[in-house]
Design a protein. Structure first.
Length: 156
């Protein structure tokens, strides 16, 4: 495993659309392992492959010690609204900001071995899944900054 350099938001590479993973092999596993080590080194909650310079449709999240890898993810359904402050390992010199995200998300993806799974998540986990999934299409949270409606702000 190795800690990889994080692609900054000022680098045009971060805006590229990632390509589907076709081969589930040791090379993919090495990428995922490196992503875990890189994310943990920087105390992140999620990380996408594009953030470490690889245009593959893959991301990881670690929420409350629940470590999940998503390969070729597809968001199947969303419901509700929430406004949470977000940050990003690729955007270190800008402040956290509010983003409108679904309250509940159902996503389909593959694990590192090519096994398909569906996951329904809510609240902060839904935020992280949407945030990382956006990276795969070149979208950053700073593109979606908003002012929450009165009374909809998260508790600081």
């Amino acid at each position: 495993m190795a800690i990889r350099e994080i692609v900054r938001h000022t680098d045009s590479f971060i805006r590229k659309k990632s390509k589907p993973v076709k081969v589930f092999d040791e090379k993919l596993w090495e990428l995922l392992d490196d992503m875990w080590e890189t994310m943990e080194e920087r105390a992140g909650a999620g990380l996408s492959a594009v953030q470490v310079g690889v245009l593959k449709r893959a991301f990881i999240i670690n929420i409350n010690n629940m470590r999940i890898e998503f390969i070729n993810p597809t968001i199947l359904h969303t419901s509700g609204k929430q406004y949470k402050k977000e940050g990003c390992l690729s955007v270190t010199d800008l402040p956290f900001g509010y983003v409108e995200r679904p309250k509940k998300v159902t996503i389909s993806a593959y694990d590192r071995y090519g096994n398909m799974f569906n996951l329904t998540c809510e609240d902060w986990t839904a935020v992280c899944v949407c945030h990382e999934n956006d990276h795969l299409d070149g979208i950053l949270y700073i593109d979606k900054l908003c002012t929450p409606p009165k009374g909809m702000e998260e508790d600081d």
